[in-house]
Design a protein around this ligand. Structure first.
Ligand SMILES: O=P(O)(O)OC[C@H]1O[C@H](OP(=O)(O)OP(=O)(O)O)[C@H](O)[C@@H]1O
Ligand SMILES: Nc1nc2[nH]cnc2c(=O)[nH]1
Ligand SMILES: [Mg+2]
Length: 159
């Protein structure tokens, strides 16, 4: 289980997605974007919009059930992208790098970019924006909702 959480709002994800697009804009042109579903879908939409790219393919690898890691399962490939040459492969994050290894084996020539990266997965990524520590679990806006939180004095056991 993660030691801490890093909560990302829609606004922050949009800003960080645009920061990723700025880092990628000089590295194109791209034949298209390949999103690693599901987490890569929203980052792919943000980056594709900024790079003026309208071709979006998907690959799907399931590695986690909530915070529990299992063996990676490929549930969809991106046949149209061949070996990935000229394609931009996008995911929300790399953690252990397990998903990245599977997808890189399928699309070895793609440029692989993520918005967030943890140290263990960082060497597998060509371009990313923000690094968080390995013991941090990133909470995305689609995984969360706003709710009441008790005052600190009460939750700390003061009353
Ligand atoms: O580097 P790793 O340890 O492999 O972890 C990173 C992967 O885990 C999450 O996907 P998940 O398997 O939860 O599926 P989802 O994108 O459909 O939520 C995340 O979106 C990355 O794809
Ligand atoms: N949402 C989310 N999914 C993950 N999959 C692997 N690591 C993470 C993480 O930190 N956050
Ligand atoms: Mg994913």
């Amino acid at each position: 289980m993660a030691q801490r959480y890093y909560t990302v709002s829609w606004d922050q994800l949009h800003r960080d997605g645009k920061a990723l697009a700025w880092r990628l804009v000089g590295a194109g042109p791209w034949k298209g974007v390949i999103a690693i579903t599901r987490g890569g879908l929203i980052p792919a939409a943000i980056v594709a919009r900024e790079l003026d790219c309208r071709i979006i393919e998907t690959v799907s690898v399931v590695t986690y059930d909530e915070e529990v890691k299992g063996d990676p399962r490929i549930v969809k490939t991106a046949a149209a992208a061949g070996d990935g040459e000229g394609w931009l492969l996008l995911d929300d994050l790399v953690d252990t790098g397990t998903t990245a290894r599977v997808v890189r084996a399928m699309l070895p020539k793609a440029h692989f970019a993520t918005v967030y990266a943890k140290p263990a997965g960082k060497p597998l990524v060509d371009t990313f924006v923000t690094e968080v520590s390995q013991d941090t679990w990133i909470l995305f806006p689609w995984d969360t909702e706003q709710q009441f939180v008790p005052p600190i004095a009460r939750s700390a056991g003061g009353k």
